[in-house]
Design a protein. Structure first.
Length: 638
């Protein structure tokens, strides 16, 4: 279908003419206890709030109403776990009863409306039940990705102050079993706030010792609840009440607690399932992310269930579990119609099976589209996916903060032509401008800061958890009237958006968002390090990986190689394996401008093997030669 045949431009223009009418129509797809008194209340919150006056329950919309409408026997969740050799299907009816029981268990541990529950869990169905059980009883969940270390978990415990923590004895990463319980215990030791209760799901691969008084065996409590026929009802909450907090990397070591509300989130996600992803209720959809990330929250859990679709939950990797044909096997076995994953997963598959030979063993005749996000879809990977799958491959851009797509190619409205390197066009709800430092709108094809006109659409965050000030300062202060995405890029003459880089210290490692500032704090904490800089350098598989430069204190006698090893271990210990920090390089000095700013851009170009020029402002040009030698010593750069 070409641009003229797509309904996109009409629909976007309808939203522009009357945003409130647009979102009121979309809100009709959600069941409310009390309808909104205002679709948008510009007086409420920091930049206004959506659907004020309404009451609702997200779990009711994800489960109960589908069962009431006759979908009780339809699969809601297919758990496919090559690492445990398990495939299990949960119908909407079964999911509802599991969530009712878990809601009752949480309530019995004293969790009430407005209380926070942290989940530190691997990709198991109980994690989805737990998110929905929190939503059911009006509690606020905060999922922490399993690849984060104890210290990161502790920071989130102290900020969110959970009453209860839900965890499991272990996660399984390929062939390795990763015990979670020691990390949880260490985090609770480090944190000032102590949860009343921890509920631990024992997995047979590695059972955990429970701390008496605090820890409970998930299954034992569940059996008890079943024996006493315990259940829980949906608690009505305000549309503007928080559904969850999800921490994401900010420009310092302190993560930002992105708050998601109930009403706007449901309306936006439900709208996106048909109009953007072109999925109908009853179809099988697979989002191969992790519930620890926003993509997993929105498109493994909430959106497919709100829509009455079937969601695949995959506990495995694109390669190695057991091979690069795993994604094709899952798509064929469960009749998946569309898959959403990060480009890095396809780079991994392509690297192992460049001719996609393993694809021929599987029947993908029902497969309609591949969606990529989390990082820019590099054109070679996108083209390769198109060639082997022979379906549309759609890059789309979004952030933890927005909760759903900012710019994409809305297949449900009629596909627009794909332009390699572009995330396509703004979704209704988003008016995107490119501005310079003085907040002046830039002409087409000119790079600048990508900003979104306020108000943000339904689904986007209203604030940061207990931190309105940081929200204003981080997102609204620099470009008045706009939300700052901290991404840089441009729009072409047809309004296609090209997202090229971050404007802050965030790097994107295998689709995971990480702060180099946070890593520098860890490096600077090593007793032998005088000065340091961490930057993201190109990586064939992960897109970017961090590289740390350290200058040692004078008088240090320990071998630099040993200190570098300690630094690598320190980042793994303080931030977690997800940081993929494997490269530390000792240098005598760091190159700086005359005003003392480290020349990160130049070092990055050298490390990436790109052409670079001597900056006019450099303090001492000889230092760049030293950096070149150090990089060469590690086999990095040209
Ligand atoms: N619990 C514990 N450890 C975890 C973890 C978890 N949930 N998830 C990842 N890790 C660990 C990994 O085991 C690895 O540890 P290692 O350094 O000991 O090998 C490290 O964190 C980095 O993980 P990852 O980035 O996943 O790299 P990988 O080398 O294991 O796999 C890819 C590479 C490309 C296959 C993988 O990154 C991938 O599938 N990415 C998909 C991206 C994605 O889902 N993004 C979400 C946003 S859409
Ligand atoms: P996260 O909040 O973890 O989802 O990361 C959001 C960031 O990832 C964005 O601000 C971008 O820098 C990057 N990103 C996500 N999707 C894309 C995309 N399709 N194209 C370019 N960058 C992307």
């Amino acid at each position: 279908m070409d641009a003229l045949a797509s309904r996109y431009h009409d629909v976007y223009a309808h939203w522009q003419r009357n945003p409130e009418a647009f979102w009121a129509e979309a809100a009709a797809a959600i069941d409310w206890y009390d309808k909104p008194t205002k679709i948008f209340d510009s007086e409420a919150g920091i930049y206004g709030r959506w659907f004020t006056g309404a009451t609702c329950n997200t779990c009711y919309n994800a489960l109960d109403r589908h069962v009431a409408a006759g979908r009780g026997q339809q699969p809601a969740l297919i758990y496919d776990s090559p690492v445990t050799n398990t495939v299990k299907t949960f119908t909407y009816g079964r999911m509802l009863s599991e969530v009712q029981i878990l809601g009752a268990m949480l309530r019995d541990f004293g969790v009430k409306k407005g209380d926070v529950v942290i989940l530190y869990m691997p990709m198991v169905p109980e994690a989805v039940f737990a998110m929905l059980a929190c939503a059911r009883i009006g509690a606020i969940h905060s999922v922490v990705f399993g690849g984060f270390a104890a210290k990161e978990l502790a920071t989130r415990i102290d900020d969110a102050k959970p009453k209860v923590i839900l965890s499991a004895s272990c996660g399984i990463e390929g062939a390795r079993v990763i015990p979670y319980k020691p990390l949880l215990d260490a985090a609770i030791d480090l944190a000032a706030h102590k949860p009343d209760t921890c509920l631990i799901l024992q997995r047979p691969q590695c059972e955990a010792a429970l701390t008496p008084g605090r820890d409970h065996d998930w299954r034992a409590v569940w059996e008890d609840a079943v024996n006493y026929a315990k259940t829980s009802e949906c608690v009505p909450v305000a549309a503007t009440d928080p559904l969850y907090i999800l921490y994401t990397s900010g420009t310092t070591g302190i993560p930002k607690g992105v708050v998601r509300d109930n009403g706007g989130h449901m309306v936006a996600l439900k709208w996106s399932m048909k109009n953007l992803y072109n999925i109908d209720p009853g179809e099988v959809w697979w989002c191969a992310s992790d519930i620890g990330w926003v993509v997993g929250h929105s498109y493994i859990v909430y959106a497919p269930l709100l829509h009455g679709a079937t969601s695949v939950m995959y506990e495995g990797k694109p390669v190695g579990t057991p091979d690069a044909g795993a994604f094709w096997r899952v798509c064929a076995q469960h009749s998946v119609v569309s898959l959403f994953t990060a480009p890095t997963a396809f780079r991994a598959i392509r690297k192992e099976d460049p001719d996609a030979r393993l694809l021929s063993q599987h029947d993908l005749s029902h497969f309609r589209a591949l969606f990529l996000a989390g990082e820019r879809a590099d054109p070679p990977t996108l083209q390769w996916a198109e060639d082997v799958l022979k379906v549309p491959v759609i890059d789309h851009w979004w952030q933890t903060e927005t909760g759903w797509c900012i710019a994409g190619n809305p297949l449900g409205l009629g596909k627009l032509p794909v332009r390699y390197g572009s995330a396509c066009v703004p979704m209704p709800g988003y008016a995107i401008d490119i501005v310079d430092e003085a907040n002046h709108v830039q002409p087409e094809n000119t790079i600048g800061s990508i900003v979104i006109k306020l108000p943000m659409p339904p689904g986007a965050f209203p604030t940061l958890w207990h931190n309105d000030e940081r929200f204003r300062e981080a997102y609204l202060a620099e470009f008045p009237g706009y939300y700052k995405t901290a991404d840089a890029g441009y729009k072409d003459a047809d309004g296609y958006v090209y997202v090229m880089s971050r404007t802050d210290d965030i790097i994107n490692v295998a689709g995971h968002r990480l702060s180099t500032g946070g890593m520098e704090e860890v490096l600077a904490g090593h007793p032998d390090v005088a000065e340091c800089a961490v930057l993201g350098i190109k990586d064939e598989l992960k897109g970017e990986v961090p590289c740390g430069f350290i200058v040692l204190k004078s008088g240090v006698t320990k071998a630099p190689l040993e200190i570098e090893k300690e630094i690598v271990a320190l980042v793994r210990d303080k931030i977690g394996p997800v940081a993929a920090f494997k490269l530390a390089i000792t240098v005598a000095r760091l190159p700086k401008t005359r005003s003392g700013k480290i020349l990160r851009g130049t070092i990055k170009k050298m490390a990436d093997g790109e052409a670079w020029q001597m900056p006019a402002t450099i303090d001492d040009p000889a230092i760049l030669d030293e950096i070149g030698v150090a990089l060469k010593g590690k086999g990095v750069g040209a």
